[in-house]
Design a protein around this ligand. Structure first.
Ligand SMILES: Nc1ncnc2c1ncn2[C@@H]1O[C@H](COP(=O)(O)OP(=O)(O)O)[C@@H](O)[C@H]1O
Ligand SMILES: [Mg+2]
Length: 414
């Protein structure tokens, strides 16, 4: 962090970022393809199973259960449907619902059993998918938004299940759609953040090539601005790289056992110049009996650096910044809680839950003027999550802000 990248380094980083994005996309696609393969195999098995029971005479409707699966045939189809992860519904040749598994009962209600599916799930896309599958005696697949009690995005697959029956499987794809949207938003935001300084640079280059070509005073001023904008782009690329690195190993828990004292010393040293410039004092409130923690030292430094930078930027000139570290008990066991508190304008309550979102800022203009990228807290949160810790933001307007996080104490591992 903070290392100056030369142009070649920046280019290289960009390619790593692109490459990791491609790898991530490929991994996501692969996982999705697997789901489909498994889904298709289960459907084929079910079709065979349902066909085997087709000859038995139908029994009367059972009392619809409030929870759990339901079937108006013998119990076998519901047992088979229960083995499916997705909501599954079996319908007869007249579109009457013969059986539903627990997920389907949860999504569409037990009252749907015995009803015509076209009435039970009154949605044109569902009706079309089911009638197509029935008429053409083949699989019909469609993504449908806003059906069921939880208004989920479902991927409906209707397929023949023997004896003119249809098996409908409703795969909940809402989380995947949400992730896709977030990814798209992130790329759009990152591009926008990079484009702003880039546009400034291009503008100044054109001015220096044309109207200001022979104006040494203007040239010196413009070069200053250009250097600032280039530095901003470097910071942004650095932060984006950090974020993608942290995401890549978010499931690998840190294993090192480290002392926190040298970490705090490091923070005091690296922030000394900025603190001095703003007439700020650093107050360290460290428990002398602090246990060691299981953590990635560089990442802990990064969290502390990001929180310190914020306290310096958004706190009031001349006021102290307090760093506290103490033992605490959490659900996961013994932890060390570290907090950085400043005196400043604070943050209005409605913003607090969103501050760890990428690029979310209370005042974007102010953050940019102060050299912010809008990624500092998102990075901090990801790192803390990788350590299975929690990050908490408390703030009072006109008083100040305290941001704390926990790290697992090494004693909790014994
Ligand atoms: N100590 C603080 N006091 C007041 N506001 C803060 C503080 N820390 C963070 N914020 C708010 O949270 C936003 C996001 O912080 P961060 O992710 O570090 O991005 P950046 O500092 O680059 O804008 C900041 O823009 C600011 O509005
Ligand atoms: Mg910041």
């Amino acid at each position: 962090m903070g290392d100056d990248l030369n142009a070649e380094g920046a280019g290289w980083n960009r390619w790593i970022a692109v490459a990791s994005a491609v790898v991530l996309a490929a991994a996501a696609g692969y996982a999705f393809a697997w789901q489909e393969v498994i889904g298709a195999a289960v459907l084929a098995l079910l079709a065979a199973a349902a066909g085997a029971f087709a000859a038995r005479p139908p029994r009367k409707l059972p009392e619809p259960a409030a929870e759990g699966s339901a079937s108006i045939d013998d119990v076998h189809p519901s047992i088979t449907l229960d083995s499916l992860e997705n909501a599954a519904v079996l319908v007869d040749r007249n579109f009457g619902i013969l059986a539903m598994n627990a997920e389907a009962v949860d999504a569409f209600g037990a009252h749907a059993l015995g009803e015509d599916i076209r009435i039970a799930i009154r949605h044109p896309a569902v009706i079309e998918t089911v009638t197509t599958a029935m008429r053409q005696n083949r699989d019909s697949i469609r993504e449908i938004e806003g059906i069921g009690r939880h208004s989920t995005v479902f991927r409906l697959r209707a397929g023949p299940a023997g004896d003119a029956r249809l098996l409908l499987s409703f795969a909940d794809v809402s989380p995947a759609r949400l992730a896709e949207r977030m990814r798209a938003d992130f790329v759009a935001n990152a591009s926008h953040e990079l484009r702003t300084p880039l546009a400034t640079l291009v503008g100044f280059i054109e001015t220096l090539q044309g109207p200001a070509a022979n104006d040494p005073a203007a040239r010196a001023r413009f070069l200053d601005v250009m250097a600032n904008e280039a530095a901003r782009m470097t910071r942004l690329v650095d932060d984006l790289m950090s974020l993608s690195r942290i995401e890549l190993d978010k499931n690998i828990r840190p294993r090192e056992i480290i002392d926190l004292a040298p970490v705090f010393e490091n923070v005091a040293t690296t922030s000394a110049v900025a603190l001095e410039a703003d007439k700020r004092q650093l107050v360290m409130n460290l428990d002398p009996e602090l246990p060691q923690v299981i953590a990635d030292k560089d990442q802990v430094l990064q969290v502390l650096h990001n929180l310190m930078t914020n306290a310096i930027k958004y706190g009031r000139t001349g006021t102290p910044i307090t760093v506290t570290a103490e033992r605490a008990k959490a659900l996961q066991g013994e932890v060390v809680r570290i907090a950085i508190a400043d005196v400043g304008d604070g943050i209005a309550a409605e913003h607090i839950p969103r501050l760890t979102e990428r690029f979310y800022r209370v005042d974007t203009g102010r953050s940019r003027r102060l050299g912010g990228t809008g990624l500092g807290l998102a990075i901090a949160k990801h790192i803390v999550e990788r350590h299975r810790g929690t990050l908490e933001i408390t703030s009072e307007q006109g008083v100040g802000t305290a941001i704390s996080f926990t790290l697992p104490a090494s004693v909790s591992q014994i």
